[in-house]
Structures are given as C-alpha cells and as structure tokens.
Design a protein around this ligand. Structure first.
Ligand SMILES: Cc1cc2nc3c(=O)[nH]c(=O)nc-3n(C[C@H](O)[C@H](O)[C@H](O)COP(=O)(O)OP(=O)(O)OC[C@H]3O[C@@H](n4cnc5c(N)ncnc54)[C@H](O)[C@@H]3O)c2cc1C
Length: 386
C-alpha cells in the first residue's frame, strides 16, 4: 500500500500516537545498555495491539493478518522496533490452530490480556542451523511427562517471555515413516522451567535483540503441554511460517519508509557547496530507487496478507514478500546512511541503529537463500538443491 492509500487508518493513527511516546532517545538508551524495551512492550500490550490477531472469544480483537501487518509497519516506520515483541503476534498461531480447546482456554486469554507473554520460539540449534529436520534436542515420553534435553540458539526474548514454543524430536530421525515426522511442539512454561532444567544465556549481538541460547537438561514438561499430535510438530511450525514472514515483511516496509523519509529530509536540508545535497542526482537517485523498491515490495506484502486473510494458499507470495521487503529495507538503509555521510554513523541520528536492526531480516527468520531455493523448487519446478 502506498502511504496515500493506507489500510486500517484508525489503527495506524493509534500506533503512531503510541510510538510518539518512545522517541529515538528511548531506543538509543536501551541500545547502549542492550536492555529490553519493557515500557514500550507494556504500552503496546495494554493498548491491545499485540493481541490483535487473537480471536475475540479468547479476549483478543480477532483482526485479520493485514491489521497485524499495519501495526508492525507503523511501529518500524515510527523509528521503533517491532522485533522486541512481534513474535507475540504470530507464535500464538500454532496454539490457536493446533492446540486443543482446553489448551487454548488455558493460555490464550492470558496472552490476550497481557498477563502471559508467549514470544519465545525455540527452533534454531547450533549444529543443525537451517536444516531444521536435523535438530538434536529430544523430548522423551515418561508417563505423563516429557523429558527434554538439548540446546537452542538465537532464541529471541526468552528472558522476557513466560512461555516458549519449543520444537523437539520425539522419534529418532531413522525411525520415522516420513522425513518430516518425528518432531513435536511443546509449550514450555519458562516461569517454572528456568533453574529446573532450563538455563538461558544472553548472546550479545550486533543489535539490541534480546537474543539468547537456551539449554535443556532433563527438563520435565507435562504431556498436557504437547501441542497437537506427537510427531507432527514440523508441519505445525511450517504452517505458521507464512504468517510470520508476512508480518516481518510488514516491519521491513516500515523500516524502508522510515529510512526514505529520514534520507529525503536530510538531503533537502543539508547544504554543501552552497546547495542542498539532495539537489545532486547522485544523492537523489538511490533514495528514489529505494522508494520504488519498497512500494513494489509493499504491494507484494499486501497481496500475501490478502490471500492469507482469504484463507487461500500464499506460500509463494509470503516468501516473495519477505524477500522483496527485506531487500527494499536494506536498499533504503544504504541510501539513508550514504545520504547522511559521516553523520550517518553518529548514534544521535538513529540511522546506524536502524541500519543494524534492519540487516537482520535477510538472515532471520529465514535467510534469503532459502527463500530463493523455495521459489526455485516449489514454484519454478527446478530440482531440489539441498
Ligand atoms: C538476532 C537473531 C534472532 C533470531 N531469533 C530466532 C528465534 O527467536 N528463534 C529461532 O528458532 N531462531 C532464531 N534465529 C535464527 C535464525 O532463524 C537463523 O539464524 C537463520 O534461520 C539462519 O540459520 P543459521 O544461522 O543456522 O545459518 P546456517 O543454516 O548455518 O546458514 C548459514 C548461511 O548459509 C546459507 N545456506 C545454508 N544452507 C544453504 C543451502 N542449502 N543453500 C543455499 N544457502 C544455504 C544460509 O542462507 C546462510 O546464509 C535468530 C537469528 C538471529 C541472528
């Protein structure tokens, strides 16, 4: 959507007003300390934005995914960072879609009202990386419990989440009928688990992302916390990936718009050689090109979200939305930094912070190569490359 043709104008206006209370100085302070934006996340939760996609029956707003896209886009467009809390929107989708009635009743209302945070998602492991089916964390059934052993890495926000959606192997890889079977999804209650089988260690990363590594040492999880059927977890996780990719693509569009606005304003006001730098085509063109790229990507994001909301297949569009939007935000970041010259590197302009933050999206939650491999194989019919 172009900024003249905005979806959900009331929601966007509300998010913008909220974000205005959290200016660059707030984020710079947190960045320096690698601290979690607790006040910002609380404000978003209290205003109900993080529960936008939870059905009204469970206390949420029951809005479509497109509304979630609008919310995350506005947050990033305002210079804030959705990565602090975006998983609260999409992680609950696995519970909503595959959890039992009792599990949904147990957890969703608390998540909707903000008394429970579900924003840790434990899939990636140090040895298996992108090859999720080779993950080594195991969950072994013992009576009415599962015993979990292993390690996750890059688990964002684990220290700021009450619950974690965990993917673990319940049947050894060489004993499953089909390649994608044998993994299961659990909701781990971190409030009980930390110190009793779970250890969380922060990872200091390029940007302030509350990234951690999580160790499981004979953690005991009630069998009642298994989501859906044992052995079908990989399918459930794949199911949720379209929503995750579309929402994160929305964030990238927000970032791109922030960078383009910031670059355009600076180019018009900064004078060198007696005229605004933006009068030079060498300065204008990268910004204009990034704008065209981000508007095209925004159309793909809107299309993917529209298909998702209509209950149509959207794997192709969700992947392309994430690919194009993450590349558009990076092009905009590059143009913005270059336009600012040396000042682009000064913390007080916020450009270098946003630059570091937006770079992530070409690697996580899925790297560009893997999206290209998906398109090549599943859309264009070429041989599987891995
Ligand atoms: C800040 C941050 C937060 C994250 N948060 C989470 C989280 O909350 N939960 C979670 O589970 N994970 C999280 N991740 C992990 C993220 O999803 C992975 O880093 C990402 O999927 C890539 O996996 P990897 O790092 O193991 O890279 P690898 O799998 O080791 O790949 C390394 C590089 O090789 C390329 N590559 C690998 N195989 C192929 C192939 N067959 N063809 C072509 N190229 C290939 C990849 O594209 C990549 O560029 C996070 C990561 C970061 C950095």
């Amino acid at each position: 959507m172009s900024s003249d043709d905005e979806t959900f104008p009331d929601i966007r206006a509300g998010v913008r007003a909220l974000c205005a209370r959290f200016p660059g100085a707030y984020w710079r302070g947190l960045d320096a300390e690698r601290a979690y934006p607790e006040a910002f996340v609380r404000a978003l939760t209290e205003a109900g934005y993080l529960a936008a996609l939870i059905p009204e029956d469970f206390g949420g707003s029951g809005l479509p995914l497109s509304a979630g896209v609008a919310i995350l886009e506005e947050i990033n467009k305002a210079g804030c960072n959705s990565a602090a809390c975006h998983a609260q929107m999409y992680t609950m989708g696995t519970l909503l879609k595959h959890g039992s009635a009792e599990q949904k009743q147990r957890w969703l209302p608390g998540i909707a009202e903000g008394s429970l945070r579900l924003q840790a998602f434990g899939v990636t492991e140090p040895t298996s990386g992108t090859d999720t089916l080779s993950l080594a964390t195991t969950a072994r059934r013992e009576g009415d419990r599962y015993i979990v052993n292993g390690q996750k890495v890059w688990t964002s926000r684990a220290e700021h989440s009450d619950l974690m959606l965990l993917l673990a192997r319940t049947t050894p890889k060489d004993r499953v009928a089909k390649k994608g079977e044998g993994l299961s999804v659990f909701l781990v209650d971190l409030r009980e688990a930390v110190g009793r089988g779970v250890t969380i260690r922060p990872i200091r990363a390029m940007m302030n992302h509350a990234a951690t590594e999580v160790f499981f040492d004979t953690l005991s999880v009630p069998a009642g916390n298994l989501i859906g059927e044992e052995g079908q977890g990989f399918r459930y996780i794949l199911d949720g990936m379209n929503a995750e990719r579309i929402l994160i693509a929305g964030e990238c569009i927000g970032d791109a718009r922030w960078f383009i606005a910031k670059a355009g304003a600076y180019a018009s006001e900064r004078r060198v050689f007696g005229r605004p730098i933006g009068q030079n085509q060498g300065v204008q063109f990268p910004i204009a090109r990034a704008y065209a790229q981000s508007e095209a990507a925004a159309l793909m994001v809107a299309r993917a979200a529209g298909l998702f909301d209509a209950g149509e297949r959207c794997g192709k569009e969700a992947n392309m939305a994430k690919l194009l939007a993450s590349e558009a935000s990076w092009a905009a970041a590059e143009a913005c930094l270059q336009t600012h010259g040396g000042f682009g590197f000064a913390e007080e302009y916020d450009v270098e912070r946003k630059y570091r933050e937006t770079r992530l999206y070409q690697v996580a939650p899925i790297s560009t190569n893997l999206i290209l491999a998906y398109l090549a194989e599943h859309v264009l019919g070429m041989p599987r490359s891995y």
